[in-house]
Structure formats: C-alpha cells, structure tokens
Design a protein around this ligand. Structure first.
Ligand SMILES: Cc1cc2nc3c(=O)[nH]c(=O)nc-3n(C[C@H](O)[C@H](O)[C@H](O)COP(=O)(O)O)c2cc1C
Length: 166
C-alpha cells in the first residue's frame, strides 16, 4: 500500500535508463487491471527513442516533461474489444493507475497525461505513432527515475464520505 500512499506525479527525471525487465513489469501491472467482462481492451505503445519522446512532448502544452523522460507508455483503448460499450474508458483508467502504482513500487517517477477525450491530442498521437482508427490513444505516461521529491500528506477527506445514504 505504500506505493499508493507514496505516489505523486513526478515531472522531472534523471537520464538513467530503465531496465527492460522493469518496463515489462510496468506493462504487466497495466494488464493486471480489472476490465468490464474481462475484455482487456487495451494496447500499450512503449516509446524509448529520444526524437519521438520530443515529439510526444508537443501533444499538449502540459506534456513538456515527456521529452526528458526515459520512456513513455501510451495507453490505448481498442474499440473492437469494447463489447461493453464505452467501459473501455474505465478499463484503460484502471490500467493507467496500475502502471503508476508499479512505477512507484520500482522507485521510478511518472505522471498521467490526459489524452482522450481531447480530439486534437488523440489525432496528433494517432498520426505520430501510426495508430489504427479503431484504437484510441487514451493516456500518456512519461516515466523515468525521479529528479524531484514530493511530500505525500494524507488526502483523506471525511466530508466526501457518506455512510448508508447521502
Ligand atoms: C485524467 C488526468 C489527466 C492529467 N493530465 C495531466 C497533464 O496533462 N499534465 C500534467 O502535468 N499532469 C496531468 N495530470 C496529473 C494531475 O495534475 C495530478 O495527478 C494531480 O495534480 C494530483 O497530483 P498527484 O498526482 O501528485 O497526486 C493528469 C491526471 C489525470 C488523472
């Protein structure tokens, strides 16, 4: 549970490389997420090339840190595996969060960058990474060894909790 309570968005990274087996663990964590009807409607595009990371950084004004990341993982939803009609968004969210938790577990840092439903971001990444029409870029996750630290105070908020009824 420390990986959940200790997780924060990390936007500054060292230039250390992430070993291949660690990258695989991150992907395995994503694929371990729950999904509607166990449909697992996800794909993951792993980018390690510096020139492509720099282009990914231009997907929005809030994604510039991606150019300094060691890798980026693009979580995508496959509409041909979405028999539950639109649950793919929740399935991909669960996969994205699982990756962030595994990132923390491996002493890495990352941040969830929102792509879907911003149409211009979806189309930019679709073109850049040659993604087919039935696959939707959902969230971009730049990952690297952290070059910043953050406090992790509890965010427990009693006012958001309702017992038995509102
Ligand atoms: C759907 C979603 C989209 C986000 N998009 C961005 C983004 O474009 N750029 C960014 O720097 N952070 C982005 N974040 C990270 C949030 O800013 C961050 O999670 C929030 O400020 C809470 O901070 P924490 O992650 O350190 O707990 C996004 C997070 C989510 C869940």
């Amino acid at each position: 549970m420390n990986a959940i309570f200790g997780r924060r968005s990390i936007r500054k990274y060292t230039q250390d490389a992430i070993p291949g087996d660690v990258i695989k663990k991150l992907l395995e964590a994503g694929m371990s997420a729950p999904s509607a009807n166990n449909e697992r409607p996800w794909h993951f595009v792993v980018v390690t090339e510096k020139d492509i990371l720099a282009k990914l950084a231009d997907v929005s004004p809030y994604s510039k840190m991606t150019k300094d990341a060691s890798i980026a993982i693009l979580v995508c939803g496959d509409l041909e595996h979405d028999i539950s009609d639109r649950y793919w968004v929740q399935d991909c969210s669960a996969a994205t969060e699982n990756i962030l938790i595994e990132v923390e577990e491996n002493n890495l840092g990352a941040v969830w960058l929102g792509i879907y439903p911003r149409e211009e971001r979806v189309e930019y990444l679709r073109k850049l990474l040659n993604i087919p029409d039935h696959v939707v870029p959902f969230a971009l996750i730049p990952v690297g060894y952290p070059a910043e630290t953050k406090e992790t105070p509890s965010r427990y908020d009693e006012s958001r909790v309702h017992y038995s009824q509102w």
